[in-house]
Design a protein around this ligand. Structure first.
Ligand SMILES: [Zn+2]
Length: 79
């Protein structure tokens, strides 16, 4: 298992996600983001807007995901 926080994944809080693969953690981040979006949590809404500005092209989006995937891969395994 590896751990990344909401902040590390382009979010806006210290919530930790634990997963074995990047795809899993990305799914958790997405669910958490949706939850916060529905609550109208302002820091998360701002973070989402920032992400949207970053991801204007599929290429930019891929690059972001690849950099996060590398970050995830470089993390040490939790016992
Ligand atoms: Zn969060």
């Amino acid at each position: 298992m590896k751990t990344m926080t909401c902040n590390q994944l382009g979010g806006a809080c210290d919530k930790e996600f634990h997963a074995n693969t990047f795809d899993e953690i990305e799914k958790m981040r997405k669910n958490h983001g949706m939850e916060m979006f529905q609550k109208g949590d302002e820091p998360h809404l701002n973070a989402m807007n920032k992400m949207r500005d970053l991801m204007t092209t599929p290429d930019a989006m891929n690059k972001w995901f690849e950099s996060k995937r590398k970050e995830f891969d470089a993390l040490p395994e939790n016992e």
